[in-house]
Design a protein around this ligand. Structure first.
Ligand code: CS2
Ligand code: MG
Length: 404
């Protein structure tokens, strides 16, 4: 029986940090949730959804997930980009949630069923200096993680992005302007191989060690860093160069066999096409919300499967537990899914979003609740209103703005 969408509501709230959540309700009262959060640009996607998408959804058949995706993507002249794709992603997630709830099945069953028992995750360890970093690594090991992303402070730089000082979430400084942070590639390149070598010595050969460069290098610098790190057997080096210049990764590939992971800022399969078909990466990191939802990331990951590129979606705490759940359902049901980023959430976020997914011994499982298995407590969210927040901007010592 066709289920019409009766209501589409956009909820912008800050339970622990800002999230944009889409709630779809069918005529029979079935509720589907989607995450539409774009860190630091939350209100843009909220307006896109409430002004331009919600009116199109009311009255549509909730069963027609793929048709709705095509309608919102191909039917819009101005398509692609993070705002559009996060809006479509939220609709897609919410429709999968509804379909699962109506079927009485967790979404991973609708995607073909489990191809593994649980999803490997990696945690974030950070430290302002190497001693603090090693403490943070030990703490993650004690929590059962066997894959850890390590980010280190750099001598001579007061602040380094991704070195959180203990927060469970990435910095998005509250206020009306972004914080500004210093950057110096030379200082970074001189320090990071030694810091990562100390981490490898601490954890031994079995633990997977990952590192994120946040798009800061030229291809020449990236190739040099890759070579310098090869003996450390890193699981991956992430986002070595700015996302726009994909062809330049051929240069990096010619010089180093270090595994590369890229894609958290990509929004469509077309953004990933060259990287996958030329095998310029080993891991594709598109995020469910930012790449058009479950339906679209599945296509990306299936394309990647043809080329022995593995899926490893972005899962920072600046996208909501609805996104994490969607990613885990995909992860349990997708053969070439390698690993899920898992940073954890602030307590208020955990209180706002009840979830069926659970963590144990370095792995997550999406749970067997029908649908995605996440529900937002709207009253709790309403008590935590949106607060303007921005990711920081980086500048060189002479004031020049540096790439993200
Ligand atoms: C990071 C992110 O998780 C990662 O790999 O690159 O934390 C990213 O900086 C944030 O999600 C930006 O919003
Ligand atoms: Mg990253």
């Amino acid at each position: 029986m066709a289920q019409r969408i009766a209501e589409a509501k956009v909820i912008v709230a800050s339970p622990g940090r800002n999230f944009v959540t889409l709630k779809l309700v069918t005529a029979d009262g079935v509720v589907g949730w989607g995450d539409a959060t774009v860190n630091g640009r939350e209100l843009a996607v909220a307006a896109y959804l409430s002004e331009h998408v919600a009116p199109l959804l009311v009255g549509r058949d909730a069963d027609r997930i793929e048709d709705t995706w095509q309608y919102l993507y191909r039917g819009a002249y101005w398509r692609r980009g993070p705002i559009t794709m996060a809006a479509i992603g939220a609709v897609d997630m919410a429709l999968w949630d509804i379909k699962g709830k109506i079927a009485g099945l967790p979404v991973y069953q609708l995607l073909g069923g489990a191809v593994r028992d649980k999803v490997l995750t990696y945690a974030h360890a950070t430290g302002a200096d190497t001693a603090a970093l090693l403490d943070s690594v030990r703490e993650k090991l004690n929590h059962g993680f066997r894959a850890i992303r390590v980010q280190s402070g750099i001598p001579g730089l007061d602040k380094v992005y991704g070195v959180s000082g203990g927060n469970a979430y990435e910095p998005a400084g509250r206020g009306t302007r972004p914080d500004e942070e210093p950057w110096d590639t030379g200082k970074y390149l001189r320090h990071i191989p030694g810091a990562l070598a100390e981490v490898r010595a601490e954890v031994g050969p079995e633990v997977k060690v990952l590192h994120d460069v946040h798009h800061r290098l030229t291809p020449t610098e990236a190739a040099g860093l890759g070579k310098a790190l090869e003996d450390l057997d890193l699981f991956w080096l992430e986002d070595v160069t700015p996302a726009e210049n994909q062809e330049l990764l051929r240069q990096v590939r010619r010089h180093t066999t270090i595994p590369l992971a890229i894609g958290e800022v990509f929004n469509t399969i077309w953004d990933c096409q060259t990287l996958i078909t030329e095998r310029l990466v080993d891991y594709i990191r598109t995020c469910v919300v930012h790449a058009g939802g479950i339906s679209h990331v599945r296509k990306i990951f299936h394309l990647a499967e043809l080329y022995q590129v593995a899926a490893a979606p972005h899962g920072p705490s600046d996208v909501s537990p609805v996104n994490l759940a969607a990613s885990l359902h995909v992860g349990l049901a997708t053969h070439n899914f390698a690993i899920q980023e898992y940073m954890g959430y602030p307590d208020a976020t955990e209180e706002a979003f009840s979830h069926a997914y659970s963590y144990q011994d370095g792995h997550l499982h999406p749970g067997d609740a029908p649908g995605l298995g996440v529900e937002l407590d709207e009253e709790f969210a309403a008590r935590h209103p949106y607060q303007q927040a921005y990711l920081p901007v980086a500048r060189l010592a002479d004031g020049t703005v540096k790439d993200w």
